[in-house]
Design a protein around this ligand. Structure first.
Ligand code: TXA
Ligand code: MG
Length: 341
């Protein structure tokens, strides 16, 4: 009973946007593509609708959600304290994979979008389908990634369907997403501002405009649990995942040793590796091309779960540019573990 509606340039999509808008206005959720990952949206001023996001995802609701807007001017409807630095970042990188955390105007956005905080995370996505949906709806959308809790974020409509079929009424299918990892989150309420989550808008890109920023160095981007048992489990593959250095000798020796123990190995790494010894090899892009690696990472993680690998090895990238976001997500999937023999 989940409808998948394809929206592409060659079709008349008006009816599909109308259907999505009608569903959202009736207080239900809709999955839609953004340039980062697919989001599961509900009208951000409708507390009951937002509650349905948590129900569909199967996750607790104590972590703030990002609010998506269709025009930059809308920021001042929901946030105050918009500093010159925030203005510069919006002018340069919106629409785009950048979320700004700003002081919220109380009583506008539903309480369960920003539980326990006096700030709101806002972003204007750079995707024609997301923008058309927001501009037709003329309301803000709270939208976390459209995956079931514990799965990698969806970068294709089929991933959303796998996870949420029967649980949500509509998926707008706009093809594969571009960036492939969630937006960069920057807290603009501290001095200097702090990157809470690395993403497609890199530290270098931010610092070139507003000078030095802090980087929050946590494996988890989730706040401390407020009650026992409420901590989120981030994505963890079925088989244990270990980070491993990029030298082919190191990788070859690790695979040989795991094979000696009778274990089957899936390897995620750069195209150049082309390692014939792994039982499965998921190449995610040239080692020079961090953007490609980010774009293909979540799909590769989902593919690992379709194998019967006993161990997954993921090759480390350097931390420049979008490499920081790739390593952040891999480190979480590995729960910080590095392979050592
Ligand atoms: O790329 C993305 O940002 C995707 C797509 C769908 O747009 N959305 C996404 O949303 O990842 P969400 O709601 O899962 O992001 C939540 C994370 C929180 O874990 C936190 O790190 C940060 O965004 N965040 C949001 N609002 C915040 C706030 N007011 N204060 C601090 N962190 C906040
Ligand atoms: Mg998510």
């Amino acid at each position: 009973e989940t409808i998948v509606a394809t929206v592409d340039k060659n079709m008349d999509n008006e009816k599909k946007y109308k259907q999505a808008v009608d569903i959202l206005k009736s207080g239900e959720v809709v999955a839609f593509p953004t340039e980062t990952v697919y989001g599961l949206g509900a009208i951000a001023t409708d507390e009951k609708a937002v509650q349905k996001i948590f129900a569909a995802k199967g996750r607790p609701s104590d972590n703030p959600l990002i609010v998506h807007i269709g025009h930059q001017e809308e920021v001042s409807n929901y946030a105050t304290g918009i500093t010159p630095e925030a203005e510069k970042l919006m002018a340069a990188y919106w629409p785009g994979p950048l979320t700004l955390v700003l002081p919220k105007i109380p009583g506008v956005i539903a309480e369960n979008v920003t539980p326990g905080v006096d700030t709101v995370g806002l972003r204007m996505p750079d995707h024609p389908v997301a923008l058309e949906l927001l501009r037709t709806l003329r309301k803000p959308l709270a939208a976390p990634s459209a995956n079931r809790s514990g799965k990698p974020s969806p970068t294709e409509a089929s991933h959303v369907y796998e996870d949420l079929k029967g649980l949500i009424p509509l998926i707008l299918d706009g093809g594969k997403t571009g960036v492939g990892v969630e937006s960069t989150v920057v807290d603009m309420t501290t001095t200097p501002p702090a990157i809470l989550r690395p993403g497609g808008v890199t530290k270098e890109m931010i610092e070139s405009l507003i000078g030095p920023v802090q980087v929050e160095n946590k494996v988890s981007d989730e706040k401390a649990p407020r009650a026992p048992g409420m901590k989120y489990t981030h994505y963890a593959p079925e088989a244990p995942l270990y980070l491993i250095g990029s030298e082919s000798d190191t990788i070859g020796a690790a695979i040989a040793s795991l094979h000696n123990e009778g274990k089957k190995v899936a390897l995620i790494g750069p195209d150049e590796l082309d390692n014939p010894e792994a039982d499965w090899f998921f190449a995610i892009g040239s080692k020079e091309d961090h953007e490609a690696m980010a774009a293909n990472l979540y799909r590769a993680l989902r593919q690992c779960d379709l194998t019967d690998a006993d161990v997954i090895l993921a090759v480390e990238t350097d931390l420049t540019g979008v490499g920081a976001a790739v390593m952040n997500r891999l480190t979480k999937a590995a729960d910080g573990k590095r392979y050592k023999d």
